[in-house]
Design a protein around this ligand. Sequence first.
Ligand code: HEC
Length: 189
Amino acid sequence: MRALPILALALVTAGCEWVNPMLQQPKVKPYRKSVFYPDQIAMRAPPPGTVPAGAPVETATTTGRDAAGAPVARIPVPVTPEILELGRKRYDVFCAVCHGVLGDGQGPVARNMSIRPPPSLLQIGARPDGFFFTAITEGYGYMPSYRPWLGDEERWAVVAYVRALQLSQGARIEQVPPDVRARLEKENR
Ligand code: HEC
């Protein structure tokens, strides 16, 4: 109960310019006119190039583009068996429904999409690695961006796996390492 008079006093003085000098200082109010700025707009836009404190720094590894904006030629992170395995998992979850488990564009969704069926990813092997990364990061035509769901490393992992799918479709037996080749030939007999 003792807090009540103090609270009442605080409420009364909060609106009083004599007690609260913050109310007296020159300032502009939101959406009001300002005589200070030449364009008279009180609410100022941040200067060009301003970034929020703590904002992620965009690099080729996060955008897939070099300083000139062109897609980078090669995956900028080390491609390891673990990365390929991560890529397979994410591809199967996020891409296979449309582009097919093999990347051939024969996913279950694709069969029912009439406007623009998802294309096969196998015939576009000549594109730079960054092309696939920017397609996932920014979206591509009717395809949305997957950046909200896949981190930078996960997106590069998917690119590495798409490369593996492309390779798997056109590889010749001579390209296979000898130990694996022996096993494949045995299986094929
Ligand atoms: C909902 C269906 C759908 C999903 C899921 C999807 N895509 Fe796509 N994707 C499309 C469609 C449709 C296009 C063609 C868009 C257009 O041309 O307007 C496309 C285009 C692309 C292209 C450009 C192909 C070219 O021929 O230029 C790439 C690369 C690609 N997708 C990769 C991916 C990857 C990697 C994933 C998973 C992270 C993915 N997509 C998930 C539907 C999908």
